[in-house]
Design a protein around this ligand. Structure first.
Ligand SMILES: C[S@@+](CC[C@H](N)C(=O)[O-])C[C@H]1O[C@@H](n2cnc3c(N)ncnc32)[C@H](O)[C@@H]1O
Length: 310
């Protein structure tokens, strides 16, 4: 038999998290129990102003009415498959916390490989003691542009996007990390808005083929901008279009270009880019492919004119 005081006893942190975990798993918001629990813990941490370790340690401690109400509101959004990063309004990328929300792609960990390789190309560029001119085509939240500007101070970074909503997020992150004096935001199609020669060009353009877009999880398909994800019938239409104008925008003497790609696309893009640059008389070309942590050939890098290492 339950006494009145038992009936009124608030849920403990552990019970609240446990119940949310089951609901998240039941609604297919997570692939497994561990991921569902992690999401529930992160949401509770958010409303209770704790970190995840503190949520786990809170165990049988009772939850307050306010915390439960705020938690239920966030959980309801997640149960409708809104991405966790949009609910929290932030995502970690390259050791920095970027502001994100509807209108910009949530930065992905695999893009860190592109940023790391691009920073190396900036630091090895002969202009490094002056200013290396960097372009980020399809900047979204500004993840690539802001990370490079922050970690390689000897740069001027042009961040281009066709979406003005995305550019607002990029602007917000640029100011958050204090790099606005070395960054220029440009609205427009691919490299078209660029008016200066570029020493290091980065592009994480949409590369998911139209047919595959429909099979993506609702978190991506229904929440993230389609213009940020879907890359046309083969997936590489935009990248091919950018490759065809690359030589007009890269500095003639020494430059590097980086393209993030989906599985199976690296070979095609390598051919497109090397053909376009060879036809424009650039070279000899040094082509490298960087794999992500899953072993996928994720980033194609093409350089020319760099001094040979002794
Ligand atoms: C895959 S998201 C990458 C966002 C960000 N650079 C990142 O790595 O997280 C692709 C971005 O390209 C932009 N985009 C799509 N088509 C474009 C075009 N024709 N010209 C410029 N940007 C474009 C989208 O708006 C989106 O922000």
């Amino acid at each position: 038999m339950t006494s009145p005081s038992d009936a009124e006893a608030p849920l403990s942190v552990r019970d609240l998290v446990q119940s949310a975990t089951s609901r998240l798993l039941g609604a297919h918001c997570a692939d497994d129990l561990d991921e569902a629990r992690l999401q529930a813990e992160v949401l509770y941490a958010e409303v209770a102003h704790l970190d995840r370790a503190q949520v786990i340690a809170a165990g049988t401690r009772p939850t307050s009415d306010d915390a439960r109400e705020a938690f239920d509101a966030l959980l309801a959004r997640r149960l409708k498959h809104e991405p966790l990063a949009y609910i929290l309004g932030r995502r970690e990328f390259f050791g920095m916390t970027f502001d994100v929300g509807p209108g910009c792609l949530i930065p992905r960990p695999e893009t860190e490989a592109l940023v790391e390789a691009a920073i190396a190309a900036v630091e090895e560029h002969p202009r490094y003691r002056r200013v290396v001119r960097v372009a980020d085509i399809g900047t979204g939240s500004g993840a690539i542009a802001v990370s490079i500007a922050k970690h390689a101070p000897s740069t001027k970074v042009f961040a281009v996007d066709v979406s003005t909503e995305a550019l607002q997020w990029a602007g917000r992150n640029m100011r958050k990390f204090g790099v606005e004096e070395r960054m220029v935001l440009l609205a427009g199609d691919l490299a078209e808005p660029l008016t200066e020669p570029i020493d290091v060009l980065c592009a994480n353009l949409p590369y998911v083929p139209t047919e595959d877009f429909l099979d993506l999880p609702p978190e991506i398909r229904a929440s993230e901008p389609q213009v940020a994800v879907e890359g046309g019938p083969t997936g590489i239409e935009l990248i091919a279009r950018l490759a065809s104008t690359l030589a007009q925008h890269l500095a003639p003497d020494c430059a590097a270009a980086f393209f993030e790609l989906g599985a199976g696309q690296a070979g095609f893009v390598e051919d497109l880019v090397t053909t376009a640059l060879n036809e424009a008389g650039r070279g000899p070309l040094d082509v490298r492919v960087h794999r992500d942590l899953r072993g996928i050939r994720r980033v194609v890098e093409v350089r020319y004119g760099y001094p040979t290492k002794s």
